[in-house]
Design a protein around this ligand. Structure first.
Ligand SMILES: C=CC1=C(C)c2cc3[nH]c(cc4nc(cc5[nH]c(cc1n2)c(C)c5CCC(=O)O)C(CCC(=O)O)=C4C)c(C)c3C=C
Ligand SMILES: [Fe+2]
Ligand SMILES: [Fe+2]
Length: 335
């Protein structure tokens, strides 16, 4: 294990929940060609003319409602994970954010500056492949390595959506909630525009039909929808949840393009109208709780659910710093 180092990467948050910091963060995030995948002039126009005038204020209010004294939940939790992991291994571990701080550049340089480090394992903290998450982290890390002429080996940890030890950690972390009475379990995954999946499809004909993600295909290596269906299937199998007590939906859509469906807000409303009173929601696209779970699901989702006749919507926390997840990460980095 000598000579190894690890860089954990997550998405990132604004430096503070003030409108100006949220604007700077959204600008960096949405100007990434893998997030808004349009030619630069069009992307610049859309972000400047349609997003930045109003979204920062709206998002800042949302961030203010979940902000912790130590900072953004995503960063605070990610740092806890890093610290707990570091306490269990001698391999140097650092944490970077794809957008905002600490940057991939700063953290890669810090690792590369240690003479004893010969190879760096990049571990994007996302279970599923998407160009807006995993691909952009990998490319950014490679760009930084090239820019600074870093002569160390960069290894990429593969996505882990169907890894038995990941599924086990997910089930163990959800267990206290699953042991309580509930009517329905909703898996709410962060959505992506359908176009993103088609763009990464090497076969040219995948994800054009509703059931393509269920059939064997080489396209699944980069198919976010296939991968999250697999996580769901493995989870319910391991946790013993019957087919009529769970469903999948997609949250956090932005803009006018067609995103993966069904949408979480509509599904939550529909479930309440169908008579579901106690709804559990889990969000396995994220490994750490963040704005999208704590505000969009636990706050907005609860309001939608209650208004439509539901009683309690309970968010199952993400893996966060659960001990089974920490020991899974330890095994992966030491393998
Ligand atoms: C085109 C827009 C977006 C795509 C595509 C997208 C994909 C995507 N995002 C995550 C994980 C997270 N996203 C978060 C926040 C967030 N996401 C978008 C837009 C897209 N995401 C925006 C504009 C925001 C900011 C908040 C807002 O204004 O709504 C977060 C939370 C960050 C935090 O600070 O807590 C996470 C995490 C995944 C996994 C994903 C594709 C699979
Ligand atoms: Fe997002
Ligand atoms: Fe697919």
């Amino acid at each position: 294990m000598q000579g190894r180092a690890v860089l954990l990467v997550n998405l990132g948050s604004p430096d503070s929940p003030e409108v100006s910091d949220v604007r700077r963060y959204l600008n960096e995030f949405l100007m990434d060609k893998y997030v808004i995948d349009l030619p630069w002039p069009l992307r610049r126009l859309i972000v400047s003319a349609f997003v930045l005038p109003s979204r920062p204020k709206q998002s800042a209010e949302a961030y203010q409602s979940v902000w912790l004294p130590e900072g953004s939940p995503l960063k605070v939790i990610s740092e806890k994970v890093r610290k707990k992991l570091q306490a269990q291994t001698d391999i140097p571990i650092r944490l970077a954010m794809r957008y905002g701080s600490p940057s991939i550049e700063q953290e890669l340089l810090a690792l590369a500056g240690q003479a004893e480090v010969k190879e760096i394992l990049l571990l994007p903290m996302y279970p599923h492949y998407a160009m807006s998450t995993v691909k952009t982290c990998i490319e950014e890390a490679q760009r930084i390595m090239q820019k600074h002429g870093i002569r160390k080996t960069l290894n990429i940890h593969p996505v882990f959506y169907n890894q038995p030890d990941y599924i086990h950690a997910l089930v163990e972390s959800a267990r206290p909630w699953l042991e309580q009475e509930f009517d329905h379990l909703l898996f709410s995954y962060h959505g992506v525009p359908e176009r993103h999946i088609r763009k990464d499809d090497t076969t040219g004909n995948h994800c054009l039909t509703p059931d393509c993600c269920q059939k064997p295909s080489t396209a699944h290596a980069t198919c976010y929808r296939h991968q999250l269906y697999e996580t769901t299937a493995e989870f319910v199998r391991a946790a013993g949840i019957p087919g009529n007590r769970y469903s999948v939906a997609f949250q956090s859509r932005l803009g006018k393009a067609k995103w993966l469906e069904p949408y979480t807000d509509k599904t939550v409303e529909q479930l309440a109208r169908q008579g579901v009173k106690r709804l559990l929601v889990m969000c396995p696209a994220f490994t750490a709780d963040c704005l999208e779970t704590l505000e969009e699901i636990a706050m907005q989702g609860q309001e939608i659910f209650e208004a439509a006749g539901g009683e309690t919507l309970t968010l199952i926390p993400c893996l966060n710093d659960h001990p089974v997840w920490i020991s899974t990460l330890k095994q992966w980095i030491e393998a």
